[in-house]
Design a protein around this ligand. Sequence first.
Ligand SMILES: *Cc1c(COP(=O)(O)O)cnc(C)c1O
Length: 370
Amino acid sequence: MKWKLKFFDYPLQFEIYEKKYIEIIKETLSKGAYILCDDLKKFEEDFAKFVGTKYSVGISSCTDALLLSLYAAGIGLGDEVITVSHTFVATVEVIKFLGAIPVFVDIADDHNMNIDLVESAINSKTKAIIPVHLNGRICGKMDKLLSIAEKYNLIIIEDAAQSLGATYKGKGAGTFGLAGCFSFYPAKLLGTFGDAGAIITNDNQFADKLKMLRNHGRGKGTDIKCWGLNCRMDNLHAAILDYKLTFLPEWIRNRRNIAKKYNDELSEIDALRLPPALENGDEFFDVFQNYEIEAENREELVKNLKDNGIEVMLPWGGKGVHQFEALGLNHFTLPRTEEFFRKALMLPMYPELEDDKIEYIAQTIRSFYR
Ligand SMILES: *Cc1c(COP(=O)(O)O)cnc(C)c1O
């Protein structure tokens, strides 16, 4: 065993910028700036600028961002919402918590929603679509999805938790529909030291509504204008995220280089299906939140990698949302999603991963299949 390779190296990421983090924490705490303060406002402005929308609203997590977005868009009892089963349970639980009904369509070979299947899932109860841009790649055929949504008068809320900075035909993740939801969970492209999220939108009334909903229905003062919740992003997280945001372009560059190296090293192995190559025209700019592959003999491969000190992960423990018995959604049959979960695994991917380690991982995989 040459190394012990973690799937994601949290302590390393802290170490590199430790001094500055401590400085920010000290400064923010000594000001007593905890809830809805200037650091949050500053981050919201900088984040909106980064993604290219007029507004961004800091939220306690992406789960809460999805919940508030759907609620603010009027999704409720008995409404059907189309999404995918290959996603984190968060995307689907928020639909259930509003009394609405999740409807799954299968995925395509790029592991994202198969947009060609969406139209046949629409009926008179359908109100919204949640495309999920996984692994740092925007769902293919987003323009087709937009025209379907327009034709049937449906709302699009994007789950962009894994695709901050990704573009499709020059347009950024989260900017296609009414709103886009992001996660700053520690392992995400831009992560903080805990939970946080954001919603982006170009609709100022929608943004104002979200600001009320995240703060107990309050307007500018203490007057309560509507029912709400407590879903605010902590000011301290905002201060940290605003600093980290300046590094994001560099981190994305690193992730793309790592993905390219994996692709080059692994492309000859017939037993693997790799993510779309980077040089796939200029329609997609992928940011590689994860490097997710499909592999024959996955169980043995995972065991072999583990024996060689390489930690890999199965997406969401190896099951689609419809495959968790307790959730009562197993009436869906999704052949491509189910095939995917039999074969899928994610290789180590973080901006600091070095070339010799990638080579070691690739070489271990090559010898496994030899
Ligand atoms: C991480 C993630 C979420 C949830 O984000 P939180 O900030 O942890 O609530 C939702 N959807 C997808 C696709 C995710 O990867």
